[in-house]
Structures are given as C-alpha cells and as structure tokens.
Design a protein around this ligand. Structure first.
Ligand code: Z5A
Length: 227
C-alpha cells in the first residue's frame, strides 16, 4: 500500500481542522495508518516557531521577511522529521496547511515575489508536494460567525487573524489563483453547508483518486458520521 500526502488549505475558520479529523477517522477505521500534521507546528522546534509567528513569543514580532523564512524553516523540519518518514513506511499524511499557504499569505497577502518564494519552498520541502490538496472555501460572513464563537471561549485572535479584511481578501484571491493554476491537484470544496455533505465530497474525491492506496474493504467502510 502506498502512503499518500493530502493537504488542507483555505482562509481562517474554513473548517480545515474539522474535515481533516473526519477524514483521518475514516481512514483509521479502515486500518490505514494516518499521521496528522499541522503547519506551522508538529515537532517541538516547529511548535516553538508557531508561537513566534502567531503570538510573538520570540520577544518581538518577526519582520515580513523573517516571517516567510520562519514558515519555511518549520516546513523543512516537518518534512524531514515527520512527513517523509511517514510516507516512506506507507502511512497517509494529512497536513493542515502546506506550501500553498506561504504562496497565498506571504505571496499574495504580503506581496512577496512569487518566483522567489517558490524557490525558497523548493529548498524547504526538497520538492515534496501533496498528492491532493483540498481548498476549503467559506464566505466572510460565515467565517466571522465561526470565529466569534471561538473567541468567546478561547484566547484572542493571533497576528494573522488581526490583519485587515483587505489582507484576507488578497489571501483568498491568491488561493483561487493557485487552484486555477493546478486544477489537477487542488480541489475546491465549499464548507458553506452541513458538515456531512462536505465530508462526503472529500471522501468521494479520495476514493476516486486513490483507490489503489486503500484497503479493498474501502467501499464498505462506515462513514464517521455513522459511527
Ligand atoms: N500561515 C501563513 O501565513 N503562512 C504559512 O505558510 C502557513 C500559515 C503554513 C495559522 O494557521 C496562521 O498561519 C494562519 C495563516 C498563517 N492564520 N490565519 N488566518 P492555522 O491553520 O493554525 O490557523 P487558522 O487558519 O486560523 O485555522 P483555524 O481558524 O483553526 O481554521 P480551520 O482549521 O480551517 O477551522 P476549524 O478549526 O475546523 O474550525 C471551524 C469551526 O467551524 C469549527 O468550530 C467547526 O465546528 C465550525 N463549523 C461549523 N460548520 C462547519 C462546516 N460545515 N464545516 C466545517 N466547520 C464547520
């Protein structure tokens, strides 16, 4: 059985973490070893970098240039210490954000030169790219109401969530451009509907593209909603 690398992308509150967990549950129920990763994060060094990027735990906010480099540093570490070893032993890796986020946020959002970023990303990832990427899309209104619920119960917004609407609009447009450039890899999925419908569409895509990497009983596996 061949390991597969699947990433989830999109703006804040689009439902990446939720749908990644549902897909993992489904794969695990079939006996597929599934590794969950998130970016930035996933190893002690990467989690330390996450704190610096989101909450200035390095003692000062990173400059935009340092920010781009820190995302790449975290990715380089995660690829060598977690993602590649997992794929080599045949596990599936589900990753909450990957290189497309750097192109969308630091490229389209901050305005850095895309060819320069792409070459930094090649260095950081060693050329590793997801087999498929789900770009989860949600309207600004729905996103705001989801985030409101969260801020009511947890710590306040991070450095990216505090950015102005205009920044998030550029990021959204950036993701759309990336999806148009690589329609074979990036699958656009709306999360503006009941969770089970989105989860079913994600699963249908996985089954149609990667049946060769799933156990035979795939077709009969129960959906996570049913378990
Ligand atoms: N960033 C960057 O700039 N450059 C990079 O290279 C990388 C990242 C890798 C941290 O990312 C920040 O880093 C990020 C970009 C930047 N900041 N922003 N913005 P992150 O992924 O850790 O943070 P995030 O994007 O803010 O994640 P999030 O807000 O946790 O979003 P999510 O994972 O997509 O959503 P969720 O946790 O699944 O939450 C969705 C909520 O909606 C949840 O409570 C659900 O129960 C609820 N909900 C209701 N209905 C639905 C449906 N139908 N589907 C899904 N979810 C639903």
């Amino acid at each position: 059985m061949k390991g597969r690398f699947i990433s989830f992308e999109g703006g804040e509150g689009c439902g990446k973490t939720t749908h990644m967990a549902l897909l993992a549950k489904r794969l695990q129920a079939m006996g597929v070893e599934t590794v969950l990763a998130r970016e930035p994060g996933g190893t002690p060094l990467c989690e330390a970098i996450r704190g610096m990027l989101q909450f200035d735990t390095g003692g000062e906010p990173p400059t935009p240039e340092a920010e781009a480099l820190l995302f790449c540093a975290s990715r380089a570490q995660l690829v060598r210490n977690v993602i590649r070893p997992a794929l080599e032993r045949g596990a599936w890796v589900l990753c909450d954000r990957f290189a497309d986020s750097t192109l969308a946020y630091q490229g389209y959002g901050r305005g850095f030169d895309l060819p320069t970023l792409r070459s930094m990303l090649r260095f950081a990832t060693g050329g590793l790219s997801p087999d498929a990427t789900f770009l989860l899309e949600v309207s600004a209104g729905t996103r705001d109401s989801r985030l409101c619920v969260r801020y009511g119960s947890e710590i306040g917004p991070d450095r990216f969530e505090r950015e102005k609407d205009d920044f998030h609009r550029r990021v959204r447009d950036g993701f759309e451009h990336l999806a148009m450039e690589e329609p074979g890899r990036i699958v656009r999925i709306s999360t503006e509907r009941p969770m089970a419908e989105t989860a079913a569409e994600i699963w249908a895509t996985i089954e149609s593209r990667f049946s060769d990497s799933l156990p035979d009983r795939a077709a009969g596996a129960p959906s996570p909603e049913a378990t």
